[in-house]
Design a protein around this ligand. Structure first.
Ligand SMILES: [Fe+2]
Ligand SMILES: [Fe+2]
Length: 241
């Protein structure tokens, strides 16, 4: 798993009490892996509906925007599942898990091929619409498989805490994948373009994530952020400018 649990060495004395209770409270309300994955699937369907409405209204610009939102969401979701979810299935569900994960990766590959095609097409064109329609049809089937077969098997195997930890890893992984292409750097792989992201080997993406602070390292910064309140005017005055 990408993330480790918050280190107990981070806390001492009163801080231990406060932080532990905060962590316990947040754990109680935290999403499970199932709900996190399902939430993403719903997002895909929502963006696709928005795209369809824009198309029906003849608004090519809005169509292009929603299509872009959808394609990035599909790509980020696929990457996060390949990094977090499928390895857990392989680890905890034995041979069956390996088969399910291999099958899912094959279906992701098909989605990635659709995404590749879309990158070279104009959002207002009939061909673009046809590819998006095919991709969503395949994704509905794939997402349903995950919701009906994979995750109901995985959840009891990893337990409630394991599921919540996995959900945190999943969400964090998604955060580190861009939500859209950077317009000023059109051709700088691996993650600045959709194609770059799709073409980057999963191991390489994983390595790139290791270059960011992990949850344990982020813990202190997150706590401090709750009370930070920079007084710009006072800072200026103290600096004499
Ligand atoms: Fe998937
Ligand atoms: Fe999924």
């Amino acid at each position: 798993m990408l993330l480790r649990r918050t280190s107990t060495t981070l806390f001492s004395g009163h801080l231990l009490h406060t932080s532990s209770s905060q962590i316990a409270a947040s754990r109680r309300t935290m999403s499970t892996l199932f709900s996190s994955v399902k939430e993403d699937h719903e997002e895909m369907y929502e963006y696709h509906d928005q795209y369809t409405r824009a198309r029906e209204g003849g608004n090519v610009e809005a169509q292009a925007k929603w299509a872009r939102q959808l394609t990035w969401e599909v790509a980020r979701h696929a990457v996060a599942e390949e990094i977090v979810v499928y390895p857990l299935m392989e680890k905890h569900l034995g041979e069956k898990g390996k088969q399910l994960a291999d099958h899912d990766r094959e279906e992701h590959q098909a989605a990635k091929e659709h995404l590749h095609k879309l990158e070279g097409l104009h959002p207002g064109s009939a061909e673009f619409h046809s590819v998006i329609t095919q991709m969503m049809k395949a994704l509905h089937h794939h997402n349903d498989d995950e919701e009906i077969n994979d995750l109901p098997l995985l959840e009891p195997a990893i337990g409630e805490e394991g599921s919540k930890d996995a959900a945190r890893s999943f969400k964090r992984t998604k955060k580190l994948v861009p939500t859209r292409a950077h317009p000023s750097i059109p051709n700088k792989p691996p993650f600045e373009t959709l194609l770059g992201l799709l073409e980057a080997p999963i191991d390489k993406i994983k390595d790139a994530f290791a270059a960011f602070p992990n949850e344990e390292e982020m813990g202190e910064a997150k706590d401090e952020l709750k009370t930070r309140d920079h007084d710009a005017a006072a800072g200026r005055a103290a600096a004499g400018n």
